[in-house]
Write a new protein. Structure first.
Length: 226
């Protein structure tokens, strides 16, 4: 009497399970679990009766199934958390509409009110902090000498006038900041103030702020909300 060995390994069961799961795509998690159990039952039915699966091996198979199920559940939970986090970010960003924010930039917009505001990031105390302002043609229109400045963020306001006290037209103006140090003059980072006109949601949950006169910037670039 001959006996046909139809024993199927656990690895084969898992491989077939994954193949079926992938072919069905998203939304078939519960059906995939049932199929896995059906494959395991088929494995038991078709095992070699002269070499039946031991209790320890069967328990190991169940442990693999349990581990796989937990990974699927964890993936679903993480997806839910990420979704909630992105929704929360979107709500926070939408609350910024109409407010003023500070973001890294080398230009700002002189408004109808005749002011342009910004901040200079000073890495270490400087003996002389200077702000140079140029128009769109690259012409120097004003220098602001702020004198000594300690490390940190130093705010400045330009009144919209040139060096002779003449008011300049509204529009975009470029800003450079320089700090005086023993080793020489160093250009410093500037952050400009602008109003948030609207918020855009991109692919993958990215959030972009659309600033008046400054264009679009990632939400992560915002340094301060006023």
């Amino acid at each position: 009497m001959s006996i046909v060995n139809n024993t199927t390994s656990t690895a084969d069961v898992l491989a077939e399970y994954r193949t079926r799961q992938e072919s069905k795509g998203a939304g078939s998690e519960e059906l995939g679990k049932n199929e896995f159990m059906e494959l395991m039952i088929a494995q038991l039915k078709n095992q070699n009766p002269l070499e039946p699966k031991g209790n320890g091996e069967f328990i190991a198979d169940l442990a693999q199934f349990s581990s796989l199920e937990e990974m699927q559940n964890l993936s679903s939970t993480v997806g839910d958390v990420v979704g909630e986090f992105r929704s929360s970010q979107a709500l926070q960003a939408s609350a910024m509409v109409g407010k003023s924010v500070l973001a890294p930039a080398n230009f700002g917009t002189l408004g109808q009110d005749g002011e342009m505001k910004g901040v200079v990031s000073v890495p270490s105390s400087t003996g002389g902090l200077r702000i140079n302002i140029e128009n769109a043609a690259g012409e120097m229109v004003r220098q602001l000498d702020l004198g000594q400045a300690s490390a940190g963020q130093q705010a400045f306001t330009w009144d919209g006038e040139d060096g002779n006290g003449n008011p300049l037209p509204p529009g975009r103006y470029y800003v450079t900041a320089q700090g005086s140090y023993p080793q020489g003059t160093e250009q410093l980072l500037t952050l400009m103030s602008a109003n948030v006109d609207s918020v855009s949601l991109g692919q993958g949950g990215s959030i972009t702020l659309n600033l008046a006169g400054m264009g679009s910037i990632p939400l992560s670039d915002v340094q301060q909300v006023n």
